[in-house]
Design a protein around this ligand. Sequence first.
Ligand SMILES: Nc1ncnc2c1ncn2[C@@H]1O[C@H](COP(=O)(O)OP(=O)(O)OP(=O)(O)O)[C@@H](O)[C@H]1O
Ligand SMILES: [Mg+2]
Length: 262
Amino acid sequence: MQVWAIANQKGGVGKTTTAVSLAGELSKQGKSVLLIDLDPHGSMSSYFKLDPDTHEPSIYHLFQSPAYSVNDIIVDTGIDNVKLLPSSTAVATLDRQLGTQAGKGLVIKNSLAPFSEKFDYCLIDCAPLLGILMVNALAAANQLLVPVQTEFLAIKGLERMLHTLNMILKARAEPLEYLIIPTMFDRRTRAAIQSLRQLRDTYGQTIWENVIPVDTQFREASRKGKPISHVAASSRGAKAYLQLLIRLVDGNTEPSLMASGH
Ligand SMILES: Nc1ncnc2c1ncn2[C@@H]1O[C@H](COP(=O)(O)OP(=O)(O)OP(=O)(O)O)[C@@H](O)[C@H]1O
Ligand SMILES: [Mg+2]
């Protein structure tokens, strides 16, 4: 099982959209996917029409009691081969409760261990917060995706994110590969074009060669509780996430056989 964490401490940059969109594309490729909502706001759970204020049990219980396993928490998303470990508002209290308790940084990694054969991919949607949940996501992941909005303020936030990331990652035995993903790119605006250029100049090899464009179909997809691939497969947004998936799986940008799925 490949585990990808999607994180940026800046809010509203497309993290949840990236997780859901990649899950949709993976499902279309016949892969099985476990999504994990590690955000106390439960945006991804809400995306799939669960209510984080009332839903139980959630990943909160994984942290709270060894009596709970992934099997007790997992729910269907309505998308073929895509399951979800939902969040709930109680998750917001975990940082305060667990703060410095030893071993709590590995709860997600350990919980996933028995499922490594069951799913092809696990995608972890992080909150825009640094804390025990982000530490868990980074410990469990073998690839990190950092969506960043193509605007100047977001780039400032990215510097901060990468700095803190380096601090957290010092605790890991192996290095963690990361890929910066320019999102919500509006090619009609000078500001977007300039900030993309600045991102490429600054981050060179660690930034994806392509971009996720602004596309109103993302809003439509979230209204329907489905990934964009399942609502508007030929939209620019869906095609961009398919390209991203190909890059992540094949390690290059050449369209391969996977692209013929559409
Ligand atoms: N490429 C895009 N084009 C247009 N709208 C987008 C795009 N990507 C995301 N959005 C919209 O922008 C909003 C924020 O996206 P999203 O929830 O994915 O960000 P996030 O980083 O997960 O936010 P948070 O930090 O609050 O968890 C959502 O309404 C989403 O539908
Ligand atoms: Mg989110």
